[in-house]
Ligand binder design. Structure first.
Ligand code: HPA
Ligand code: ZN
Length: 329
């Protein structure tokens, strides 16, 4: 089935992770930055990861080429054009302000570049969106709180807060106060949990951070009581198949537990995570699970439906996409 043609939403994409090697090299040139790579091919060849940390080291290094409002606009616009090409009608994107602000780029520069592209995409590409501010969990809770405070003047343009970066050793509990504050300000919450970390981190994301969705969450299967809870409350998992293979969460796609998670009754969604680094955007992730796991057309439609149900779109808009998808099932 050509899942490319299904209307879909994407709920787990780090905008900095959509920086293609071509753009990395072009922005380095534009900003007078010397990269430790001789060519676009050399950048791409470096994308061999053994775990999350080995990826993050390169990902943070790559993000250094992003300096101006135009850079953030161009990055975001290129991703949104991909969305339009692949029938991604709605996307809720993560950004990592600390990656930029800690090297002297003003929050406002990052924010206006991204939000201007999101605004233009609504009009010119028909792609709607939301913005999720992620805290880097390897940094302190105090630094996260300072980042939240910096973002509050822009609060109306931000949908939710999230938690990303190195998971092991940085449990959700570390950020309880920041998430409490974010919720008091009217923001929704999500969190990466159960990618490399144990099921306990997923419980913490739910109980302490009140996460509406769990990003990744594939390790939930290790705790039957947790699976039962996630099914009962239909707390969505934003699963990222190509990412999980590139970061060795599973050895190969045929071993990915996405189909099992669906069979257990979980609200599973498919997402690209960091498409420039992991070898594909949303449609390529659909294709990869379809062929490796033998998903049926009905299951692919279910995944597309789940993407809207799990989104933060108003119920009426969700319904209208579900109706549009009904003709496929
Ligand atoms: N996990 C944690 N942090 C991240 C990821 C991820 O997959 N991608 C970008 N930051
Ligand atoms: Zn992620």
């Amino acid at each position: 089935m050509r899942s490319h043609s299904l209307p879909k939403a994407e709920l787990h994409i780090h905008i900095e992770g959509s920086l293609e090697p071509e753009m990395m090299v072009a922005l380095a040139q534009r900003n007078g930055i010397t990269l430790p790579y001789a060519s676009v091919e050399a950048v791409r060849a470096a994308y061999q990861f053994k775990d999350l940390q080995s990826f993050l080291d390169l990902y943070y290094a790559g993000a250094q080429v992003l300096q101006t409002e135009q850079d953030f606009y161009d990055l975001t616009w290129a991703y949104l054009q991909k969305c339009a090409d692949q029938q991604v009608r709605h996307t809720e994107i993560f950004f990592d302000p600390q990656t930029h602000c800690d090297r002297g780029i003003p929050f406002e520069v990052v924010h206006s570049g991204i939000t201007q592209a999101l605004k233009d995409a609504r009009v010119q590409l028909g792609v709607s969106s939301g913005l999720i501010l992620c805290f880097l969990r390897h940094l302190s809770a105090e630094a996260a709180m300072a980042t939240l405070e910096q973002a509050l003047p822009y609060r109306d343009s931000i949908l939710a807060v999230g938690l990303d970066s190195s998971e092991l050793g940085h449990p959700p509990s570390k950020f309880q106060a920041v998430f409490d504050r974010a919720r008091a300000e009217g923001l929704l919450t999500v969190a990466h949990a159960g990618e490399e970390g144990p099921p306990e981190y997923i419980w913490q994301a739910i109980r302490l951070l009140k996460a509406s969705r769990i990003d990744h969450g594939v390790r939930c299967v290790e705790d039957p009581a947790l699976v039962e809870y996630l099914v009962e409350h239909q707390i969505p998992l934003t699963v990222c198949p190509l990412s999980n293979i590139k970061l060795c969460v599973f050895d190969e796609m045929a071993q990915h537990n996405l189909k099992k998670l669906m069979d257990l009754g979980l609200c599973v969604t498919v997402n690209s995570d960091d498409p420039a680094y992991f070898g594909g955007y949303l449609a390529e992730n659909f294709d990869a699970v379809e062929s490796a796991l033998g998903l049926t057309p009905a299951q692919l439609v279910q995944l597309a439906k789940n993407s809207f149900k799990a989104s933060f779109l108003p119920p009426a808009e969700q319904q209208s996409y579900l109706q549009e998808l009904a003709i496929y099932s």
